[in-house]
Structure formats: structure tokens, C-alpha cells
Design a binder for this molecule. Structure first.
Ligand SMILES: Cc1cc2nc3c(=O)[nH]c(=O)nc-3n(C[C@H](O)[C@H](O)[C@H](O)COP(=O)(O)OP(=O)(O)OC[C@H]3O[C@@H](n4cnc5c(N)ncnc54)[C@H](O)[C@@H]3O)c2cc1C
Ligand code: FES
Ligand code: FES
Length: 1588
């Protein structure tokens, strides 16, 4: 049995792991001085801080402060954000900065104060118990806007009240990012910050300036659930207190002009201007804001605002002001420990003045850490240790400043450094930034955030000539830094770190090269000698891939940046990344030019000449490079477009890259470089024009400035240096009501608001709507926009996720052993090297499962997967799980897993089938699950005709591909398995959407009866389908090792592992041929469709078949095809098994439908909007699968009316017209409009899954506890279920609680999926409530009518009435299920639609329509969404705030899939990724989900009125998945803009999804792109590489 240690010796090892670090060197301190949440960490705990330990690891695992979350471990998500505060002696003030605790070294916090989310406020009513303890801060935490008093901080309260959290996993990080923002001066208007004194101690800022700070400051935080808008509202409610008219005048429209300054203000119809004007009117009228039902309304008084840019925000501001007399924004200063204020009397200054040296003597063996206090001390350490080996070999000495590079190297590349040196902030020469008059001097360890702030302060020349040099030098640096990483990274990362890392895509290095900056390198070769310095030009510093011209013992002391001339010298930064915010560049550049007036010798004409130019690129070579040939081609040439065009040709020649260049995107990168050059020219013309105009006023005369065409002017700019207007938007929904739905028929409940029996209602559903009359009940919960039940816990970090559960005694940590190859046979696994590592407790493989009689096979439909791959089996994908190592710490478990020696034979990696096309070539399919749907005539025959009934039949044929998508739930998969009773019983705490599946497989794999395995799940930090089946193998691995060790085992996947092996959304390929009839009046009528869908299922079946089925059910979208044929085939490839993801194949099918509509519109040269509307289903039409609209079965068919409404309200034709006019005038910026409908079928297509149970207890104090079979992953299910139960019992909402989902309470559950959970568990809960209500009715009748539920329950208890009930709901047999293979039975009524005999896959349809308007930057492929308007029919909403939150979140997630989220594998298109089939995009660094900056500038959501649904509880409709596809309106808007860029001759083209900046740029087909694509390729059909 591969267990390393006896129980006793293992405990000893654990203790050893916790040995305090020590050293006996008298010249150093050995224990860091750490303050957390106002408390000094006791020495015995502080001594446990290790050299290579992150602050987050210390907080979570040593101090057990789990509020800060581990989302990615690479600085890319912000979930770990904490505030780091220190006393800055030179400023004489405390400086606060937010940092990523997952990267920042704990020892770097020596002498600092760290504030975590636990320290700022608490949902518990005694804040003194917070975290390590928030000292007197409790008296400055928030009072609540609700009646009860809590200890929430105002930021936390705002987040709760504005619905700012869903799953809550990102929330502590976002709260702390905002907390850090408010810790900065200038974030509050003087009216609230109390600075009316004019003493100048506080910056006075306008609302617009504060919005800018805000906009920028949230760049390091990601949220996968909310779509950001509510978080934005919460933040704005705190920054924009008391809008003055001045502030409102500052509102800036998408046009970039401040509304208040716009000459066309009165006539401008832009939303922003209308809103601003309205707000001003409100302010003038001293209106208290709208609020529910009082807010603005688009269509009469039926609507109200749930939250908007003004109404709720203003309400909340008033609450804050009235309740918080104390200055809550001063809390970070108030909490700062007195001892750290380094004045001489009461400081710990003496202690800190001794340098720190910490040696790791624990089993982690993390090396030695030094924090020297002087440059000499630091250089001495470098002299002493640099000979021990070069840093690249992992030996020697390593300087650690922000640790944003070194942290990645140690965590992901497993580098280890025996000696780490972290320079103290007291070494001024390394940290100071100042101007000498000729240069900026930037300390080598100066934080980039400080440099950005310095540049910002230098940027206001106020027209003074002397300052102009400063302004024009500082601005490009500042603008580039705005888009460099994130606030948290910039707060700690230093300039020297960026230089020494020498990344070929560094952003600062090209800037510094072009500015002609010089490095000063310092060393101290002799202990008795002085500091030796030498200068190196930055442009000479990079000598190869990540290699620099620096000796081991040298450090960068400073960087000297020469100031530009005050006129005719310009430097412009350029950057293009996959995402604007927090993304590393694809290509980055700094370009500087110096111009001078000159005279032509031949004719004496005066012109401008290029005196000097410096062009540096990142992303064009293995290092930062100067484009020397291009520069030579420009120097001395006239400054005009011809010179730049000639130079562009040289540039194209200078940077030719092969197709398989590492990083790929060869043609795009070249196109970007050339486009930047063109933009540089346009920018310089603009700058020169300004300079010349300024000098003209002084009477100076210069040569004429070259002219640029009017339509080229828009080419100036790009997103670097441009501020995005802040988000505005309205969320509107009908007046809350308690509507009755399926419960009337199903539970025999009486609908007090309707006299009609439900059957009659259902029959008339297509036309009628139920009465809107609210019930007369006292406590109406249903219909109310209640906040998320766990909101306060999310915002305080008190919500517990699996990895936060306090460690049980003897806990072991597990790390999975992963295959490093695919398409090879697993030959052997040698676990010995792992077992020899101190701290490793055991290693388990498939043999151990066999030994205990377990069944190793797993899989939701086919048992085709393994918990641990057995030796002798073929490895199917890179990352397949081979076994598990369990150890005393996560770090050691990971080390152990890496040490396991695995051998493979028959390595045929080169042949791995990776893409759909590979699978088609190899016929690698799951043929048993290929499904086909037919109706009407033989489409093959029809599509070979050119006429139908004498009318022209237009035929289109083509293909469409959509890429995969990573779930990117913020909480990675995690399981804690706890054995009991000698491991005969197991309790599994798992982050899963499927507790019963988890129970089933944990029982099988451990050979334990299911009855002895309990699976519990409180909440997930997001799921989106990713934890429906693919969480199970994590749980089984933990369960097996827990059983074998008889000890608790926790397995939490690292983000990169989670992304690499858990699978995601299926990529799809559609091949289609379709025909449409041209009617006499020109109308185009769809006639026949033949479509073949393929999805990339990965190597195991998982849910690929059902995903394909749903795609087939949605490939019609809302359009009627009389003749229809579709076939769906799942492909088997070497990718990880792909699985459920929001929409479950639906969006992929819907996308194909819309693509075909576009194809017809282009082919027939007609309006796509009209084509769509003309072909929408009408009442009595049936879908190809036999569901007829308007027959009382399918319910109301609202899409056509919703379409017409939005088309009119949003003036879609007018918008298109305005976009066309804009496009005519602008060559390099194009606008586009996307307008699409959706219908999404609700029900599990597998009939048996349409069931759910709930257990309800009524207690004698009148409170109610519900446990149901669903799981909470942020979608608000528990909140809605509480509302249903509260409504049933007529009690206040906060009298109902939902317990964690647990298989011993509600058994045999189905996964929470298909958006069905409220439909199932709402009904099941209502059933249980009704049972109890029925039992207590006699008691109720015996008491006074005013008797409370408490009184009734108490009496019922004494009357021995059972106050508990199990409720159950199963969807009617004929309202779900579909048999693909069933032939038409004899006698099937001819008047029923084709295929109706196969069943009805759906209970009803959730419907919606969306419009998006975008702007693309033709030169770079960047895009921004100017506006998005979404209208969704969610029936009668149980909770409109939650439904709107789901719509916004789904829209943004859909938009992400459609635009920036690109999954990349090593395949034929990406041969630089080794081994073949390995997933490349395994973290936030390489895979980009939408960030704050990507939210549409105007984002409006409406719920349809009068949209009842008699087929679900309280007449509601499912909402989680249906709006996802509406995010694709952005994709179609982008495509529209590209069509404008391609011009009239463009014709049809396959624009593949996602619309990355690369695809957008290359599809524009302008001259620059064409030159870079090359004449040997077809320009119009050129496709950038992609993994499908
Ligand atoms: C999430 C994330 C986003 C990022 N985004 C960007 C981006 O948009 N653009 C970009 O260019 N980079 C980006 N980076 C890279 C990174 O932020 C920079 O390289 C940063 O400047 C490194 O600084 P640091 O202080 O953290 O370096 P550390 O990790 O502390 O050190 C890095 C290296 O520099 C050495 N070093 C540091 N200072 C000195 C000195 N004064 N003298 C000698 N050697 C020194 C160290 O010894 C080490 O070898 C990103 C990184 C992360 C994690
Ligand atoms: S966990 Fe630290 S940034 Fe993601
Ligand atoms: S609420 Fe933000 S990630 Fe879930």
C-alpha cells in the first residue's frame, strides 16, 4: 500500500511543517512584523511565515482567514485582493494599495498593515470577533439600510443592496478593491469628505473624475456571474454622492464629448444626454429619485426601475449620508496601527531598522529571505550569493520586488530560489521617482503605480511652455501604464522587474527604448569598496529571448528617461491585446519622432522633415526590438504619407514571421505593426498641427502641415489614452405581483387573482394573460426584487465554500497526477520518488481502487471514463488523471504529483485527432448517438432546383464554426472527503451541481453502499454547467484517498489544472445548404434547410450527445423552415471531455440559424432585419420537432411582438441609417448594429430528469427550513425558493432558510441544470408547504384569524401534528421527453405537426430579443459595445432583480463567448503548442473573460409585461440559460461593422466565432491587412487560425 508514514510519524511531519523559521544571525531580525486587521500577529505565528509563501497562503492556511479567495493564483482575477498599508516616511503619510495576495510574498508585508475583507465589516452582529480582530473599527462599520442593525461596511451594504453578488466568490476581492479605492484621497466629493475648509488637504474632484478613477480601479477584478453592472452601481452609489449640476454636466457620451459642453445638446437624442438632462431636472426639482415604481419608465406607469444609473444609486446615497455620521472612508487610516506610524515616540521603527532574514527550516524548504535596508547591504548580498548559480537555473540569488514574475515562475514553472532579496522601501535610490529637469529618474524598484501617478501629476502643463516637455514625456508613459496589467499588479510590480524579465511582449520596454531611456546598473564588487555604476541604453539591454545585458551581481538602480522637446517631438504608445483591461499585448510599441522644418534643394519648397525617429516593438520578435530598417527608411525623409507608406513596406519586410511562429497570429501581428505605423503618422500630423497653430499665435511661421483626408481623421487615437464613458443603463420590469401558475392545476391551489380554471387559461395562453391583480396577502414575497439570500455573507467573506471549510483534524491535501502526453499507452507509474518526499502521506492509483473492490469507471451517460487511468490503457488527453498524491500541505502534494515517474509507450502524439476537421477526416464519431430530424419534402431534391412554383429559389451554401468556451467559474473544483466509523462511512463536501451523481460515483469507486455516503453542498462559486458532471472525478479521487488513508482529504484544483482537464463548451462546425424563395413583392421566404452539425466532444462522451440534441432543437431559432433536415454528430477527439455549459448546445445551434439569415441577406441584398421578421414563426406554425405555437401547449409566442417593439422603441432602422452615415465619413472606425431574437426550450430533454424533491420543516417559532434537491451556484435559486415558501406560509421572507443540499435530506436528485431548478424545486417546495398548511389548517381555524404562524405551529406541535413534509414535483409526462427514433405511429392525427409523435422536448419557451451597437477599430480589430438593449419574456418573475441579474450575467457571458474568449489547443493551426492536443489557454493570463471595461456603455434590460406562463410555478419562466445567446447580438453587430469596412464588394464571408480582435482586423480586408496576408493567399476568405 503506497502510504509513506505511520499515523504518528505523519503527525510529527505535520508539526515539522509548522516549525517556525529561525536564524541565529545577530545582524538580522528573524521574525517579520506583521499586522493584519489592526492586530499585530503574535511572534509564534509570524515566525511561521515562509520565504516562498504568498500572503494569501499565510492568511488562509496559517491564520485561517478564508475571506480572501484563491481564484487563479496568478494575479489575474482579483479574488484575493487585500489592502496593504504602510507608513511612507518621505510623504509623512500612510499609503494604501490593493495587492493580489496570491502573488505578494507574505514577508514583503513586513512592517505593513494588511486589511482583509474580514477586517472591514461583518454580517455577524459582533464585529469585534471579525477575523484576527478589527479593533475599534467596529464603531465605524455600517449601519444597515434594512431595519436590523448589522456591521456591514457601506461598501458591503451597497453591494448587497444593489445585487452586486451572485455566487459571491469574486465579491470579497471586489469589496477590497473598492475599499482600496476609497482609501485614496480624492474619491469623494468635498461635500461628503467634509473638506469644506479649503485647507487643501483633500483633493476636490468632480463626479466625472471620480468615475474615471473608478473605471480604472476595477481593472484587476473579474466576475463571471453578474455582468458587472450591479457592482458598478454599488460603486457609483458611493462615489457620486450628491450629484451637483456640475457633476451632471460632466457626463460624457459615447461620442466622447461631455454632454454639458456639447453645442448640440438640445437636439442630441443620445441616451446619455437624455439621461443627464433628466437627472439635472431631478436635481433641480429636488426629486428624491425614482426607486421602485417611481423611476423612469419606457412605456407607461406599469414599469419601474430596479436599479439604474441614478434612481437606486441616489436612494442609497441618502441612506449612507443619513446613517453614517462617521467618516467611513477614513477607516483604513483609523485602522492603521499606531505602532507602525513611524514617528520616534511610539513606533516600532527600531525594530524595523534591523534588516530581516528568514530561513525556512520547515519541510517546505523554501530558502532564505532577506530584506536589506540599504543599497550597500543589498549589493553585498548579490556579491555574496550571485556566484551560487544563475537565476535562470533556479540557483543563486533572486531579487523579489512585486513578485508578479517570480511568483509565476515559482508557482507555475516550479522554479526555486535558495536566496531571495526584497529591498526595503527605505532604499530611496531604488524607489524614488523625480525629475531632474532634463530627465525623469525612476528607481529600479519603483512601483509602476507610483510611476503612473507621477506621470499623471506631470501631465498638466496648463499651457506653460516650461511644462510642455514634461507633459508630452509623461503622457505616453501614463497612457501605456493605464493598460498595463491591473491596479493591484501596478501597485507592487516595478519597472526594473519588467526590464529584467525581458518579456518579448513587455509593454514598458518598447516605450523606454523609443524614448531613448538609459539604465543605471549598480554593483559592489568589493566589500570594502564603493558602489560601481554603469549605464546601458535600454535599447541595447535585450540581447535574446528573456536574456539581458546584466551581470548576476548587478541590480538596476534606476532608469533615466530623457524629456522630449517642447515642440515637434512626439512619442505615442500602442498596444493591442485580446482584452483591453489587464491583458498582455499581442503587439505593443513605442514610437517617437522628431520633426524639423526643411527646404527642398531642388525647388525651395518648405516642408517638414523627419530629423529622428525611434520605433520599438514588442510581440514581433523573441525580444523587444527596434525596427531599425524601418527607422532608417524614415530618417531624413519628408514627413508625409508617402514616406510612411514606403516605410510600411520596409516594416513588412523587416518582420516576416513564419506561420508557426511561437504565439501564432503571424499575419495579424504584422498587420498590427503596420497599422500602428499608419496610426502614428496620423497622430503626428494632429500633434504637429496643434504645435504649429500654437506657435502661429506667437507669430512664428512654419511649412504647411501635411493634410489627411477627412475620413482618415478617425484613425487617430485607439483605446490607449482614450477614456471610456461610464456605464449607464436601465433595468425595467413590470410591477411586482403574485401570479399563480402551474400550482393551480398541479396542487389544486386557488388562484385568487383569476376566475379561470387553469386548463382554460392554458388553452387560451397564446392570447390571454392572467390577471395582474396582486393577492391580498400581508407578506407578499413572490414577485419582489429581494436581494440574494447570501449577499451579506458573500460581501463579508463569511460565506463558506468547500476550500474554506475549517480543516478537520488530520487533514491531508491531494494533488492529481496528470498525464503529460496523449495518444500513448500508459506503461508504468513509479510512485517511489513521490513517497520519498517528506510530508507526502500516500500515493494512489487505479490499483488501489481495485484493491478495495471499487469500480474505477465513471461517466454520466456512458461509463467510458476512469477515476484513475489504469496502466495499459491508452491515454486520451493531456492532463488525464492517473492517480493522486496526498500530503501534509498542498504545496508538498503538488511537488509529490510532479515527482511521480510515468512512462508511456506507443507514443503517437503526432497523430492525435484534435479538431472537428481531424475527426471528420478520421471518421472519429460517436455514431450511435447521431441524431437526425426531417420534415417536409426531400431537401436534397428541393435544393437542387432553382425555382419553386415559378418563383426564384436562392440557394446559399457554406459553413460556420464556433469555438469552445471555458466555464471560468471563479471557484475552482474542490472536494473535502471526510471518512468516519473506520472509513465505512464518507461525508463528501463537494463543489458540485450534482450531489446525487457525486454520491453514486463516490460510493462505487470506494465500494461503499450509497446509503453510507452523504454528499453535501452549501454553495458553489459558480458552476455554469462545468460542475454538472466534470466535478465528479475530483470528488472520487478525494473519496478514494480518504477511504484508503482513513483521514480527511481535500482536493482543490489549481486554476490551470481545472481549465486544462475539466472540459468546456463544445466547439461546433455547421455545414449547410439552404434555399429561400423570392416572392413577387421581393420578400424572401425560407424554403428548405439541410444542415449538418458536428461538435467537438473531446475524448469521452460525457454529455456530448445531449448537447448536440439541444443544438438540433435550436438550429431553427425563431424561423419557419417548411422543409427541414438536420443531422448532428459528436466527434471524438484528444481534447478533454467537453461538457455542459450554459445553453447546453442551444447557443451553438441558434448561432447557425442567425448566420444563415445573414448569408441570405447578403446573397439577396435585402435587410437582415426584414428577412428575419418575415420568416418568424407565426401562431399555428410548428417547429421541426413538432411543437406548435399557439395551440395551448407551447404557451404565448411573444417573439414577433417583442421584435416589433424593440425595433420601434430603439429605432433600429434609424440606428442603421446613422451607423451607415457614420461609416461613410470614417475609414478606420466603423459602427454596426446586431439585432437578434431567441427562443429557448425549457425542460431536460431526458424525460426522467424532470423531477425534484424538497423537504420542508416548520418550527414552533414560526420559522421554516427548506432543503431541496437543487444547488446554489449564484443563480439565486435558494432565494427564489425562500420566496415561494414565505409566500405559501404568508410569513416574512427572512423567516425562511434554505439549508445546504444534502443527499441524506433530499435523495435521488438530478443535477441543477437546464435552467429548470426553480420550476422543479419551487413546485416541490410549494407541494411540501401545502401539505403542512393542509395539516395545520384545522388548528388555524381554531385560533383567532390574527394568530401568527408561530402560534399555529406551537399549538399544532402539542396536537401531535407532523410539521415536516417532503414535497415532490415531476413535469407532466406529455410535457417533456423526445424519442428521436420513434416512427410515426399508425393513426397519428394528420392535423398534428410532423414529429409531434416523438414527444415534446420542452415544457415551454423562454423568449427574448436583443440589439447591440458596436464600434470597431479597423486598424487594430479592437471593438467596444456602445449599447445593448435586451427584452426578455421570463413570465411573471418570482424575483425580477435576480432575473435581471441572470440576464445581464448571461448576456455578458454570451458576449464573451462570441468575442474575446478563445480556447486554443495544440493542433494543425497551432503547431507551436507542444505536445499536440495540449490546451494552451489555462489561466486568466491566456484566456480572457469579459472585464469591467467590456460592459456595454449603455446597457438596458427589460422584462416583458403581461407574460404569464401557466406551465411553471407562480407563472414564472426559467431564465439562467436563455439570454446567453442574446450576447451574440454583439457578434452580429461586429460583423455588420466589418461588412461596412469591407465595402460594397465584400460579399458573403464566414465570420467565425469568437470575434477576436485578430478575426475582426483580418476580416476588414483593407490594403494594410491585404499586404500582410500576402498575395499568395485569398484575401477575402483569409481565416485566422482557430481551434474548433
Ligand atoms: C496578472 C499579470 C498581468 C501582467 N500584465 C502585464 C502587462 O500588461 N504588460 C507587461 O509588460 N507586463 C505585464 N505583467 C508582467 C509583470 O507585471 C511585470 O514584468 C512586472 O514589471 C514585474 O515586476 P515585479 O516587481 O513584480 O518583478 P518580480 O517578480 O519581483 O521580479 C521579476 C524579475 O526582475 C528582477 N528584478 C526586479 N527588480 C530588479 C532590479 N531593480 N534590478 C535587477 N533585477 C530586478 C527580479 O530579480 C526578477 O528576476 C503582468 C504580470 C501579471 C502577473
Ligand atoms: S487569486 Fe489572486 S488574482 Fe486570482
Ligand atoms: S458573483 Fe462574481 S464570480 Fe460569481
Amino acid at each position: 500500500m503506497p502510504i509513506n508514514l505511520s499515523y504518528e510519524s505523519d503527525i510529527a511531519t505535520l508539526n515539522n511543517a509548522a516549525q517556525p523559521s529561525s536564524n541565529t544571525d545577530d545582524n538580522y531580525r528573524s521574525t517579520p512584523l506583521l499586522y493584519i486587521n489592526s492586530h499585530r500577529i503574535p511572534a509564534h505565528l509570524a515566525a511561521l511565515a515562509r520565504p516562498n509563501q504568498t500572503l494569501l497562503d499565510f492568511l488562509r492556511n496559517t491564520l485561517h482567514l478564508t475571506g480572501s479567495k484563491l481564484g487563479c493564483g496568478e494575479g489575474g482575477c482579483g479574488a484575493c485582493t487585500v489592502l496593504l498599508s504602510r507608513f511612507d516616511k518621505s510623504k509623512g503619510a500612510v499609503v494604501h494599495s490593493t495587492v493580489n495576495a496570491c502573488l505578494f510574498p507574505v514577508l514583503g508585508a513586513d512592517g505593513c498593515h494588511v486589511t482583509t475583507v474580514e477586517g472591514i465589516g461583518s454580517w455577524r452582529h459582533d464585529a469585534n470577533k471579525n477575523g484576527v480582530g478589527s479593533n475599534n473599527s467596529s464603531n465605524i462599520t455600517a449601519n444597515s439600510s434594512v431595519e436590523e442593525t448589522d456591521n456591514l461596511h457601506p461598501i458591503q451594504r451597497a453591494m448587497v443592496d444593489m445585487h452586486g453578488s451572485q455566487c459571491g466568490y469574486c465579491t470579497p476581492g471586489i469589496v477590497m478593491a473598492l475599499y482600496g479605492l476609497f482609501a485614496q484621497d480624492g474619491m469623494l466629493p468635498s461635500s461628503i469628505s467634509g473638506d469644506n475648509s479649503g485647507d487643501g488637504n483633500h483633493k476636490t474632484t468632480t463626479a466625472a473624475q471620480r468615475q474615471d478613477y473608478l473605471e480604472e480601479h476595477l481593472d484587476g477584478n473579474l466576475c463571471r456571474c453578474t455582468g458587472y453592472r450591479p457592482i458598478w452601481d454599488a460603486a457609483r452609489s458611493l462615489v457620486s454622492c450628491h450629484h451637483s449640476e456640475d457633476d451632471l454636466e460632466e457626463i460624457r457620451g459615447p461620442c466622447g464629448v461631455k454632454c454639458g459642453e456639447c453645442p448640440e445638446r438640445e437636439s442630441c437624442e443620445m441616451d446619455c444626454n437624455l439621461e443627464s438632462k433628466k437627472q439635472m431636472a431631478d436635481v433641480a426639482a429636488d426629486d428624491n429619485g425614482g426607486g421602485c415604481c417611481g423611476g423612469s419608465s419606457n412605456s407607461g406607469n406599469e414599469k419601474c426601475c430596479s436599479s439604474s444609473s441614478m434612481d437606486k444609486i441616489q436612494q442609497y446615497q441618502q441612506i449612507i449620508e443619513s446613517k453614517h455620521s462617521e467618516k467611513w472612508w477614513d477607516q483604513p487610516n483609523d485602522m492603521f496601527p499606531d505602532e507602525l506610524l513611524r514617528d520616534d515616540e511610539k513606533s516600532v521603527h527600531d525594530e524595523l531598522s534591523t534588516p530581516l532574514k528568514v530561513m525556512d527550516t520547515s519541510i517546505h524548504n523554501g530558502g532564505t529571505w532577506y530584506t536589506p535596508n540599504t543599497l550597500e547591504e543589498l549589493l553585498d548580498l548579490f556579491r555574496e550569493f550571485s556566484s551560487g548559480g544563475s537565476s535562470s537555473s533556479g540557483g543563486g540569488i533572486k531579487m523579489v520586488v512585486g513578485n508578479t514574475e517570480v511568483g509565476i515562475e515559482t508557482k507555475f514553472k516550479h522554479a526555486s530560489y535558495p536566496t531571495m532579496v526584497h529591498p526595503s522601501k527605505d532604499i530611496h535610490t531604488l524607489h524614488d521617482i523625480f525629475s531632474t529637469g532634463d530627465h525623469y529618474r525612476v528607481g529600479g524598484c519603483a512601483a509602476l503605480g507610483d510611476l503612473q501617478e507621477f506621470c499623471h501629476s506631470e501631465m498638466t502643463s496648463d499651457g506653460e511652455e516650461a511644462n510642455r516637455r514634461h507633459e508630452r514625456t509623461a503622457k505616453p508613459i501614463h497612457d501605456m501604464l493605464r493598460w498595463f496589467a491591473s491596479t493591484q499588479i501596478r501597485n507592487v510590480a516595478c519597472l526594473g522587474g519588467n526590464l529584467v524579465t525581458a518579456s518579448p511582449i513587455s509593454d514598458m520596454n518598447p516605450m523606454l527604448c523609443s524614448l531613448g531611456a538609459t539604465l543605471v546598473l549598480a554593483s559592489r564588487p568589493k566589500s570594502d569598496g564603493g558602489v560601481v555604476r554603469r549605464n546601458v541604453k535600454v535599447s541595447d539591454f535585450f540581447i535574446g529571448y528573456r536574456t539581458v545585458e546584466k551581470e548576476d551581481m548587478e541590480v538596476i538602480e534606476r532608469v533615466d528617461v530623457p524629456l522630449l522637446q517642447d515642440r515637434f517631438e512626439y512619442c505615442i504608445p500602442f498596444k493591442q491585446a485580446r482584452r483591453r483591461e489587464d491583458d498582455i499585448s499581442i503587439v505593443t510599441s513605442g514610437m517617437r519622432i522628431k520633426l524639423r522644418p526643411a527646404t527642398k534643394t531642388d525647388n525651395g519648397d518648405r516642408h517638414w522633415e523627419i530629423e529622428d525617429v525611434a520605433i520599438a516593438f514588442g510581440g514581433m520578435a523573441p525580444k523587444t526590438v527596434m525596427a531599425r530598417r524601418t527607422m532608417d527608411a524614415l530618417i531624413g525623409k519628408p514627413f508625409d504619407s508617402n514616406s510612411f507608406e514606403d516605410a510600411r513596406k520596409v516594416l513588412q519586410d523587416e518582420f516576416q514571421m513564419p506561420d508557426d511562429v511561437p504565439g501564432g497570429q503571424a499575419q495579424y501581428r504584422l498587420t498590427l505593426a503596420c497599422s500602428f505605423l499608419h496610426r502614428f503618422y496620423l497622430n503626428c500630423v494632429e500633434e504637429l498641427t496643434k504645435d504649429v497653430a500654437a506657435d502661429k499665435t506667437e507669430g512664428l511661421s512654419y511649412p504647411p502641415v501635411p493634410l489627411i483626408d477627412d475620413d482618415e481623421e478617425c484613425g487617430v487615437g485607439g483605446f490607449v489614452g482614450v477614456k471610456k464613458p461610464s456605464i449607464t443603463g436601465l433595468q425595467t420590469y413590470p410591477e411586482p405581483k403574485v401570479a399563480m401558475g402551474l400550482e393551480v392545476e398541479h396542487l389544486g391551489m386557488k388562484d385568487e387573482s383569476s376566475d379561470l380554471p387553469l386548463a382554460a387559461v392554458a388553452a387560451a395562453a397564446a392570447k390571454s394573460s392572467l390577471s395582474d391583480k396582486p393577492t391580498k396577502q400581508k407578506n407578499n414575497s413572490v414577485g419582489q426584487p429581494a436581494t440574494h439570500a447570501s449577499g451579506p455573507l458573500h460581501c463579508t467573506g463569511e460565506a463558506i465554500y468547500i476550500d474554506d471549510i475549517p480543516a478537520p483534524a488530520n487533514l491531508l491535501h491531494g494533488s492529481l497526477i496528470l498525464a503529460s502526453k496523449c495518444h500513448a499507452t500508459l506503461a508504468s507509474i513509479n510512485v517511489e520518488p513521490a513517497l520519498s518526499i517528506p510530508g507526502v502521506a500516500g500515493v494512489f492509483t487505479s490499483e488501489d481502487i481495485e484493491r478495495i473492490g471499487g469500480d474505477n469507471k465513471v461517466g454520466p451517460i456512458l461509463l467510458d471514463d476512469f477515476t484513475f487511468l489504469p496502466v495499459g490503457e491508452k491515454v486520451d488527453f493531456v492532463g488525464q488523471v492517473l492517480g493522486i498524491v496526498v500530503a501534509a500541505s498542498q504545496e508538498i502534494a503538488e511537488k509529490g504529483a510532479r515527482a511521480v515517474a510515468v512512462e508511456y509507450t506507443d507514443d503517437v502524439e503526432g497523430k492525435a485527432i484534435v479538431s472537428i476537421e481531424d475527426a471528420i477526416d478520421a471518421e472519429s464519431f460517436w455514431t450511435d448517438f447521431r441524431h437526425e430530424m426531417k420534415r417536409g419534402g426531400n431537401v436534397d431534391e428541393i435544393l437542387n432546383k432553382s425555382e419553386v412554383d415559378g418563383k426564384r429559389l436562392v440557394i446559399v451554401e457554406g459553413s460556420m464554426r464556433s469555438g469552445g468556451q471555458e466555464h471560468f467559474y471563479l471557484e475552482p473544483n474542490s472536494t473535502l472527503a471526510v471518512p468516519s466509523e473506520s472509513a465505512t462511512n464518507l461525508t463528501i463536501y463537494s463543489s458540485t451541481q450534482a450531489p446525487t451523481k457525486t454520491q453514486d460515483f463516490c460510493a462505487r469507486v470506494t465500494n461503499t453502499p450509497a446509503a453510507k455516503v452523504v454528499v453535501r453542498m452549501k454553495r458553489m462559486g459558480g458552476g455554469f454547467g462545468g460542475k454538472e458532471t466534470r466535478s465528479v472525478f475530483v470528488a472520487t479521487a478525494a473519496a478514494v484517498s480518504a477511504k484508503l488513508m482513513n483521514r480527511p482529504v481535500r482536493v482543490t484544483l489549481n486554476r490551470d489544472t481545472d481549465m486544462a482537464i475539466t472540459g468546456g463548451r463544445h466547439a461546433f462546425l455547421a455545414k449547410y445548404k439552404a434555399g429561400a424563395i423570392v416572392e413577387e413583392d421581393g420578400t424572401i421566404k425560407l424554403h428548405a434547410l439541410d444542415v449538418r452539425l458536428y461538435n467537438n466532444g473531446g475524448c469521452k462522451f460525457d454529455l456530448s450527445g445531449p448537447v448536440m440534441d439541444r443544438a438540433l432543437f435550436h438550429v431553427d431559432n425563431c424561423y419557419f423552415w417548411p422543409n427541414f433536415h438536420s443531422v448532428g454528430t459528436s466527434c471524438k477527439t484528444s481534447q478533454p471531455p467537453h461538457t455542459a455549459f450554459r445553453g447546453f448546445g442551444g447557443p451553438q445551434g441558434l448561432l447557425v440559424a442567425e448566420h444563415i439569415m445573414d448569408h441570405f441577406a447578403t446573397e439577396c441584398n435585402v435587410s437582415g432585419d426584414k428577412l428575419r421578421r418575415d420568416n418568424m414563426y407565426s401562431l399555428q406554425d410548428a417547429t421541426p420537432f413538432g411543437m406548435r405555437f399557439g395551440d395551448g401547449f407551447t404557451g404565448m409566442w411573444n417573439v414577433p411582438a417583442m421584435w416589433d417593439r424593440l425595433e420601434k422603441e430603439l429605432d433600429i432602422p434609424g440606428r442603421r441609417q446613422r451607423a451607415a452615415e457614420f461609416n461613410k465619413k470614417n475609414k478606420w472606425v466603423k459602427r454596426g448594429v446586431g439585432f437578434i431574437p431567441t427562443k429557448f426550450g425549457i425542460a431536460f430533454t431526458a424525460k426522467y430528469m424532470n423531477q425534484g424533491g424538497a423537504l420542508v420543516h416548520l418550527y414552533t417559532d414560526g420559522t421554516v427550513l427548506v432543503t431541496h434537491g437543487g444547488t446554489e451556484m449564484g443563480q439565486g435559486l435558494h432565494t427564489k425558493v425562500c420566496q415561494v415558501a414565505a409566500q405559501a406560509f404568508n410569513i416574512p421572507l427572512d423567516h425562511v432558510y434554505v439549508n445546504d443540499s444534502s443527499t441524506d435530506k433530499v435523495a435521488n436528485t438530478i443535477p441543477s441544470a437546464a435552467s429548470m431548478s426553480t420550476d422543479l424545486y419551487g413546485m416541490a417546495t410549494l407541494d411540501a408547504c401545502q401539505q403542512i398548511l393542509k395539516r395545520i389548517q384545522p388548528i388555524k381555524d381554531s385560533l383567532s384569524p390574527d394568530a401568527t404562524l408561530k402560534e399555529v405551529a406551537k399549538k399544532a406541535f402539542f396536537e401531535r401534528i407532523d410539521l415536516s413534509a417532503h414535497g415532490f414535483f415531476a413535469l407532466d409526462n406529455d410535457r417533456c421527453g423526445y424519442d428521436w427514433n420513434k416512427d410515426c405511429p399508425e393513426g397519428f392525427p394528420a392535423d398534428l405537426p410532423d414529429n409531434a409523435w416523438k414527444g415534446h422536448p420542452f415544457n415551454y419557451f423562454t423568449q427574448g430579443v436583443a440589439m447591440a451597437e458596436v464600434e470597431i477599430d479597423v486598424l487594430t480589430g479592437d471593438h467596444k459595445t456602445i449599447s445593448a438593449d435586451v427584452l426578455v419574456d421570463v413570465g411573471s418573475s418570482i424575483n425580477p432583480a435576480i432575473d435581471i441579474g441572470q440576464i445581464e450575467g448571461a448576456f455578458i457571458q454570451g458576449m464573451g463567448w462570441a468575442t474575446i474568449e478563445e480556447v486554443i489547443y495544440g493542433d494543425d493551426d497551432h503547431t507551436w503548442i507542444r505536445p499536440r492536443a495540449r490546451m494552451h489557454t489555462t489561466g486568466p493570463g491566456t484566456y480572457k473573460i469579459p472585464a469591467f471595461n467590456d460592459v456595454p456603455e449603455s446597457f438596458n434590460i427589460s422584462l416583458l409585461e403581461n407574460a404569464n406562463n401557466p406551465f411553471a410555478v407562480h407563472s414564472s419562466k426559467a431564465v439562467g440559460e436563455p439570454p446567453f445567446f442574446l450576447g451574440c447580438s454583439v457578434f452580429f453587430a461586429i460583423k455588420d461593422a466589418i461588412i461596412a469596412a469591407r465595402g460594397s464588394g465584400g460579399g458573403y464571408f464566414e465570420f467565425r466565432l469568437p470575434a477576436t480582435s485578430e478575426r475582426i482586423r483580418m476580416a476588414c480586408s483593407d490594403d494594410i491587412a491585404s499586404e500582410c496576408i500576402g498575395s499568395d493567399r485569398d484575401q477575402s476568405s483569409f481565416q485566422p487560425q482557430g481551434s474548433f
